[in-house]
Design a protein around this ligand. Structure first.
Ligand code: NAD
Length: 278
């Protein structure tokens, strides 16, 4: 039976490290501040924003909340971002996605000062990752690297297969695993013979967005399986892209849903808020 990778415990460890850094900075008279912008009233976004604010509170980071109505224009939002860029008291700017349809997400992300892009979504941050330069790292894949390292799982030289090529998970994940010297393959919706490819993986990272799609038949004996997916099943219980009960009997390590990758995303956001002081 596979060992569970405890994302709850590891994320708590990271938040405690951030908390102690924030308190050190407070003693030096520096207050860390994250500006959180939400446009509209999407219920899922309300939950995500609420959790981010709670994490800030726990770590001692001041969260400055900008809750804007759905009718906010793109220009108004860009103007607010301009003001926050210029505000030396603001360390990070987070714009909760998705934005209403009349606002271009690309334009908004591009408007954030790269030095405050704590989500790591901008072309600038992703470009820095691609060429191995310092910069903000997208929180979910950066959290997965921490999960692997802090569990003592060797990455260098191992065969890593990632399913999914999204800009926020799959692509930056591939770059980060390359940076850690894994041999990386990226699969996606047009991949032929997916099982043949995934069955080669020592480390299989799954970010498809399809509940329980990955069963034991996709997994090599003894592999490490990381499940990024989050879904609610027919009983309103959370589940991932991996069929946990089926796969856990075959692999060596596995992340559960909930309690695996999920909590790491916010922990890494907190880390990004203080990373310039580390
Ligand atoms: P996405 O929809 O942007 O990308 C899904 C990817 O899966 C695509 O690249 C697509 O090519 C690939 N794909 C789809 N069907 C496939 C198939 N049959 N075979 C192979 N590849 C296939 O999704 P995303 O934003 O990367 O998110 C993926 C999942 O992770 C979702 O369930 C999302 O809710 C979850 N997620 C979790 C966190 C977290 O903090 N834990 C963060 C982001 C996303």
């Amino acid at each position: 039976m596979a060992e569970r990778i405890d994302g709850k415990a590891i994320s708590a460890q990271i938040k405690d490290e951030v908390k102690s850094k924030v308190s050190e900075l407070k003693n030096e008279g520096i207050e860390v501040c994250l500006a959180v912008i939400q446009v509209g009233n999407d219920p899922a976004s309300n939950v995500y924003v609420g959790n981010k604010k709670k994490a800030c509170e726990y770590c001692g980071i001041r969260s400055e909340s900008h809750e804007l109505p759905e009718s906010t224009s793109e220009d108004e939002l860009l103007e607010l971002i301009g003001r926050l860029n210029a505000d030396a008291a603001v360390d990070g700017i987070l714009v909760q996605l998705p934005l209403p349809e009349h606002i271009s997400e690309d334009k908004v992300i591009a408007a954030i000062d790269p030095a405050k892009d704590v989500d790591g979504f901008s072309v600038n941050s992703v470009g820095a990752l691609a060429v191995g330069k310092k910069g903000f790292r997208s929180c979910t894949p950066a959290g997965i690297i921490e999960l692997l390292k802090r569990t003592g799982i060797e990455i260098a030289g191992r065969e890593c297969v990632i399913i999914g090529r999204s800009n926020i998970v799959g692509k930056p994940m591939a770059l980060m695993m390359l940076e850690q010297n894994a041999t990386v393959t990226v699969c996606h919706s047009k991949t032929v013979n997916l099982r043949d490819v995934t069955s080669r993986a020592d480390i299989l990272i799954v970010a498809i967005g399809r509940p329980k799609m990955i069963t034991a038949g996709y997994v090599k004996e003894g592999a490490v399986v990381i499940d990024v997916g989050i879904h609610r099943n027919e009983n309103n219980k959370l589940c991932g892209d991996v069929d946990f009960d089926d796969v856990a009997g075959k692999c060596s390590y596995i992340t559960p849903v909930p309690g695996g990758v999920g909590p790491m995303t916010i922990a890494m956001l907190m880390h990004n808020c203080v990373s310039k002081y580390l």
